[in-house]
Design a protein around this ligand. Sequence first.
Ligand SMILES: [Zn+2]
Length: 96
Amino acid sequence: MKNIRLKNGDSWDPGSDPYKVQDATKNHRQEIEASENCCCISCLEFFPPSEIRKWWDDGRSACCPKCGLTHVVVGSESGLPFNKYYLGMAGGHLIN
Ligand SMILES: [Zn+2]
């Protein structure tokens, strides 16, 4: 896997395809509801799925209860590395 140049100029080797993170942030309601914990790749807050109040895409994509953005919530059941470092780097690459 080759390094990715982040928007802030840093180089990052994700060890997997960072676009999997993007896929994990939408059409994921079942996965989110099965997850013990969720993390937002925008504000990097962790919260249980029960805190999610708003859903978009006809109820398929979670809206972050902390920062209010959509397509940023990843569940612990996503199969992705579930830690702030990885998700923060992926967020830095995918959003802004
Ligand atoms: Zn958020």
